[in-house]
Structures are given as structure tokens and as C-alpha cells.
Design a protein around this ligand. Structure first.
Ligand SMILES: *[C@@H]1O[C@H](CO)[C@@H](O)[C@H](O)[C@H]1NC(C)=O
Ligand SMILES: *[C@@H]1O[C@H](CO)[C@@H](O)[C@H](O)[C@H]1NC(C)=O
Ligand SMILES: *[C@@H]1O[C@H](CO)[C@@H](O)[C@H](O)[C@H]1NC(C)=O
Length: 377
């Protein structure tokens, strides 16, 4: 419980700091009015200390303070006892790794690390291995996939590179042939076009006909419920895939500190970025920056304003398994899909189309007679 609220506080602060970044180009009065418009519905209460030495308790006061001092940053090393420190694993003694974990963790590691190694062996510089597309001409609907992308052999067609509302921003990821998800705080309105690109470059545009917020009655803030489900005017063809999700019974995933699982995320430029998984628990999910000594670090970038709504995946058995879409910046964090699994399925039924979420099958990591655990790590 304590660790959950701390995580929320830390992530909200990071979100606020990163989302406020473009305000540096506006005047101070404009900045305050933008802050007012953005934050007045955000009621989450938390405690975070900032570099000005002050203690803040809500996103609004931080956004206003940022208007006056763009260099304000969270301070996790403050000596003030009222200030929370960086998130730490709640138990200091790691639990023994189960048989299931000894099989699952390497599968998740190989899904990305082997591809990065193969890309380096081919002599592709990391910066050239990041872009998913070598050509993205949104106006002329001309897209060419980058053969040098480290993830080029994966089916990435569930990831939308463009929509008619936010253009390259806001993203959108298919979870069925008819349903897509994105971020509530960066919503894409009804009647917008969501674009997908088949592996051969064929463009598939679909109109969003209805949307619903996840946990719509759970409160006015978006944190912990930063998901929108949208239904399209018709199914995408089989040339466009959709992402699976983690098994809904696997409620908490919190690998031991020495286990660094890689995650693939996209950003608004459609780069295939690599970040380390930290944990998901309850509503929250967060990533952490790879060690600078790790080869993954060459494929890492902090998430910035405009990346919100972009998806993050485990790659298991060559398949994309959607974990969340970005709410907060830095290494990145957001709302754990699995927490809202039933709600998302209910919304998919309400919106129509005849589909539900599809869980990744992890049964091959279970031994004889073992059942899927509810908590991992
Ligand atoms: C924010 O609150 C106002 C009124 O309090 C409401 O009209 C508006 O729809 C809310 N916006 C969101 C994104 O929830
Ligand atoms: C969407 O477009 C349809 C057809 O043009 C129109 O009737 C409807 O009012 C639009 N909905 C919204 C929310 O703009
Ligand atoms: C999840 O977090 C919320 C908000 O902190 C809390 O009220 C709720 O009890 C938690 N649920 C579980 C199952 O831990």
C-alpha cells in the first residue's frame, strides 16, 4: 500500500515535469492558463519534493510552479523527512525465484536482447536500428518499413503511426481487429481516422466511431485509469495484427532487483525503444532506465512530451504483449492494463464488434501440474 502511493506520487511528478516541457516556449501568463486548463480535473493527492526545496501535494501546484521555474525537477534525495525517496522494492529480501519465473524471465529477455545482438552483429548502428519506418510520408500515405530496425522481423502492424487528430502524437494500438487503446489524458476524439500500415506498406485507415474511458466512474483524475478504448467503423484486414495482453490472473509482476526484463516501446517518431521493466502492481506500471553498461542502453531514450499514449510491450515467443500506454515520462509509466482487464472487456462488448482481449499463453512456462501464479517476483 505504502509503496503503491509512493509510486503514484513519483510518477505523477515525472508526468507533470515532462508534460510541462513545451510550456518553455510560451509566455508565463499563457503557461499558467494552460496549466489551469490541463490540471483542474486532476485531483490525485500525493507528496513530492521538488528542487526548489518545497513540498507539493498535487499536480496543479507543480504545473504552476513550473511556469515560473522551468528547471524545477523532483528531488528524491531531499533531507526533509516529509519527502518520499525514489521508489524501492518493498521487500529487501528477494523471494525465491519460482520454476515458472526461471522459464518466463529468459523468454522475455531473449525476445529483445537476441534481436539487439543480431542487429549489432549485422553492423547496424543503434541509431539506425531504432526507426520502424525508413519513410513516413503521412500526407501521401507512403510508408516503407526500415529493414535495419532491430525489431523488423516482428509483426508491428498493431501500432498506429498516425491519426487525423494528433497526427504523429497520441498513438493508438489495436487489441482486436476492431478495438484500439490509447491514453485518456491524450484522447483521440470520435470520428478521427486511425491509421495502420501492413507489413508491405499498404495503408489501412479506419474511423473511430465510439470511445469509452476505462474506469469512467472511478473519479475525475486520470492517473491509474489513463486508458481509452475505441471501436473502429469496421475490422482491419488480416494483414494488420492486434496485440495480446498478459494473463488477467497475473495481477502483480515484480521481478527481483537483479532481473532486468526488457520492454519495447514506441515514441511519437515511431522508434522501437528499449527500456527495462520495473514492476506492475495494482493500477500502476513503471519502467526504469537500463544500466548505462547494458547494451540495451544504446536503444533507450527517455520518454518526452508527445510520447503519451504510445504502447509498451514484452516480446514473448515473437509476439507483442501489450503492457500499458505511456502516461508519464522519463523511463516511462502508466496504467496497468491487467488491473482493468474486466472493464476493458466490458467496454469492448458495449462498443460492439464482437471481440474481447486476447491473453498471451504462458502455459509452456508451467511445469507439470503447476497453475499460473497471481503474483510473480
Ligand atoms: C473536466 O471537468 C469539467 C467540469 O468540471 C468537465 O466539463 C470536463 O469534461 C472534464 N474534462 C475531462 C477530460 O474529464
Ligand atoms: C461524427 O460524424 C457523424 C457523420 O458525419 C456525425 O453525425 C456525428 O455527429 C459525428 N460525431 C461527433 C462526436 O463529432
Ligand atoms: C489499488 O490502489 C488503490 C489506490 O491506491 C487502492 O484504493 C486499492 O485498495 C488498491 N487495490 C488493491 C487490490 O490493492
Amino acid at each position: 500500500m505504502a509503496s503503491t502511493s509512493l509510486l503514484i506520487a513519483v510518477s505523477v511528478a515525472v508526468l507533470v515535469v515532462s508534460e510541462a516541457a513545451p510550456l518553455t516556449t510560451t509566455t508565463t501568463p499563457e503557461c499558467h492558463s494552460h496549466a489551469e486548463a490541463t490540471c483542474h480535473n486532476t485531483t490525485t493527492v500525493f507528496t513530492v519534493c521538488m528542487s526548489d526545496g518545497k513540498v507539493y501535494h498535487n499536480a496543479c501546484s507543480i504545473m504552476h510552479a513550473l511556469c515560473d521555474d522551468h528547471n524545477l525537477r523532483p528531488d528524491y534525495h531531499s533531507s526533509n523527512p516529509a519527502c518520499p525517496h525514489a521508489v524501492t522494492r518493498p521487500t529487501t529480501t528477494p523471494l525465491p525465484v519460482t520454476h515458472f519465473e526461471t522459464l518466463l524471465y529468459p523468454a522475455i529477455e531473449h525476445g529483445i536482447d537476441d534481436r539487439l545482438a543480431a542487429s549489432r552483429d549485422k553492423g547496424v548502428a543503434p541509431k539506425d536500428a531504432l526507426p520502424i519506418f525508413s519513410v513516413q510520408d503521412h500526407n501521401h500515405k507512403h510508408y516503407v518499413r526500415n529493414p535495419d530496425c532491430w525489431a523488423a522481423d516482428l509483426d508491428l502492424t498493431c501500432i498506429s503511426p498516425w491519426n487525423s487528430n494528433g497526427h504523429t502524437r497520441k498513438a493508438g494500438t489495436l487489441v482486436s481487429p476492431r478495438h484500439a487503446v490509447w491514453a485518456r489524458h491524450y484522447n483521440i476524439p470520435v470520428n478521427s481516422t486511425l491509421r495502420f500500415v501492413a507489413r508491405d506498406g499498404t495503408v489501412v485507415d479506419r474511423r473511430i466511431t465510439a470511445t469509452r474511458y476505462v474506469d469512467a466512474h472511478g473519479g475525475s483524475g486520470f492517473y491509474g485509469r489513463d486508458n481509452v478504448v475505441g471501436v473502429l467503423d469496421r475490422d482491419v484486414p488480416a494483414s494488420i495484427s492486434y496485440a495480446k495482453v498478459m494473463p488477467h490472473t497475473l495481477l502483480t509482476m515484480h521481478p527481483p532487483p537483479n532481473v532486468h526484463l526488457p520492454v519495447m516501446s514506441t515514441d511519437f517518431e515511431e522508434k522501437a525503444l528499449v527500456t527495462d521493466f520495473f514492476l506492475y502492481s495494482n493500477r500502476s506500471i513503471s519502467l526504469r532506465s537500463p544500466y548505462t553498461s547494458s547494451p540495451r542502453h544504446d536503444y533507450y531514450e527517455p520518454k518526452i512530451t508527445g510520447d503519451s499514449g504510445n504502447p509498451s510491450f514484452f516480446i514473448i515467443d515473437d509476439e507483442l504483449v501489450l503492457l500499458f500506454t505511456f502516461t508519464s515520462g522519463g523511463a516511462g509509466g502508466g496504467t496497468n492494463f491487467i488491473y482493468h482487464y474486466d472493464d476493458i472487456n466490458r467496454i469492448m462488448t458495449q462498443l460492439g464488434g464482437g471481440y474481447q482481449l486476447t491473453e498471451v499463453d504462458l502455459s509452456r512456462f508451467l511445469g507439470e501440474g503447476e497453475v499460473l501464479p497471481r503474483i510473480v517476483g
